[in-house]
Write a protein that binds this ligand. Structure first.
Ligand SMILES: Nc1nc2c(c(=O)[nH]1)N[C@H]1C(S)=C(S)[C@@H](COP(=O)(O)O)O[C@H]1N2
Ligand SMILES: [Mo]
Length: 318
């Protein structure tokens, strides 16, 4: 079957507008402290003040995860996002504020002792939150470094009591085309889906994120709960999760469904394995012109390289 598909996702990052250019352009248009800033910023602030988990932040930092680069400025990271539910540009922060993150619940189902639906605040308060400084490397060759707050995915796996037959976790994002205009674009396989193996899910690095920059997560970052898998390309770090399913079938992700030859299941960062249409050798740090050499497993080999022993025949790096 032939399906007409947009070519938007095929644009290399170099063809898109760097975030600093449009940040500058915006302040030019608005004469610095302009109208959009005045109208949009208080709303963002309000969304966080009204957050029922606000008292949990900032959480203590786990110093085991050190950065080799400065933390990306909050204003840069929170205004340059990939969140296709709200459009294919990086300027989705304003549109994403339409997502109501309370009430919110997460279904944990499939191969578990007992399927359940957990209220987000019950979940967050049942876990011990910590802050971790993590790098994020997008497949489009830009990168950032941010202070996520959350809890290990392994803690959720333990809580879920999976059956021994479970081999994968499948994650699903919310589906609400009334709120998320991108989801009205029917050629995309909504809802966004991602997956990892049980071994990956229980690795210490796999992190469920509920906050960033010492505050509850804002919508554009994937509130109220998203994944951070810092050794994999950013598209694996699924946002605004509503369902986590334990399964013995390898999940087919959103991007794999769209373009399997470009975005695979494993998607581990590797500078020596180019994307079919661009090099992965270097990355641009958001908010700067700095190009840094990309590192295998995004520098997290110490934690995760052992996960892939014996899997050398798999396409681990795409
Ligand atoms: N549901 C959903 N999750 C998503 C995406 C998306 O479009 N929808 N984009 C992914 C991509 S490509 C990246 S690089 C990261 C970006 O996270 P950030 O916007 O917090 O930097 O989110 C990932 N998670
Ligand atoms: Mo990405």
């Amino acid at each position: 079957m032939l399906i007409k598909r947009p070519r938007g996702w095929e644009l290399p990052e170099s063809a898109a507008t760097p975030e600093q250019v449009w940040l500058d352009r915006r302040s030019l248009m608005l004469g610095g402290a302009g109208l959009i800033g005045a109208a949009a910023l208080p709303r963002l602030a309000l969304a966080q003040e009204g957050d029922p988990s606000a008292d949990l932040y900032p959480a203590p930092r786990n110093e085991a995860f050190a950065l080799d680069r400065p933390v990306t400025e909050e204003s840069v990271a929170s205004n340059y996002n990939n969140f296709y539910e709200f459009g294919s540009s990086k300027r989705v922060a304003a549109a994403a504020q339409r997502l109501e993150t309370r009430p919110w619940s997460v279904v944990v189902d499939g191969m578990v002792e007992e399927e359940r639906t957990i209220d987000i605040d019950t979940l967050i308060r049942g876990m011990s939150l910590e802050e971790r400084l993590y790098r994020l490397r997008c497949v489009e060759a830009w990168a950032m470094a941010v202070p996520w707050t959350g809890f290990p995915l392994a803690d959720l796996v333990a809580m879920a009591r999976p059956l021994s037959s479970a081999r994968y976790l499948r994650f699903e994002t919310f589906l609400n085309p009334d709120v998320a205009s991108g989801q009205r674009q029917s050629w995309y396989p909504w809802p966004y889906v991602e997956g990892v193996t049980m071994e990956e899910a229980t690795n210490e690095l796999a992190f469920l994120v509920t906050g960033v920059y010492g505050k509850p997560l804002q919508q554009q970052f994937g509130a109220p709960i998203r994944l951070a898998l810092p050794w994999k390309y950013g598209f694996k770090s699924i946002k605004s999760i509503v369902r986590i399913t334990f399964t013995d079938e390898r999940p087919v992700s959103f991007w794999e469904e769209l373009a399997a030859s470009e975005y695979g299941f494993w998607a581990n960062v590797n500078p020596d394995v180019p994307h079919p249409r661009w090099s992965q050798a270097t990355e641009r740090m958001l908010g700067t012109d700095e190009q840094r050499p990309t590192v295998i497993y995004n520098g997290y080999g110490e934690w995760v390289a052992g996960l892939y022993a014996g899997l050398e025949d798999e396409p681990l790096y795409m």
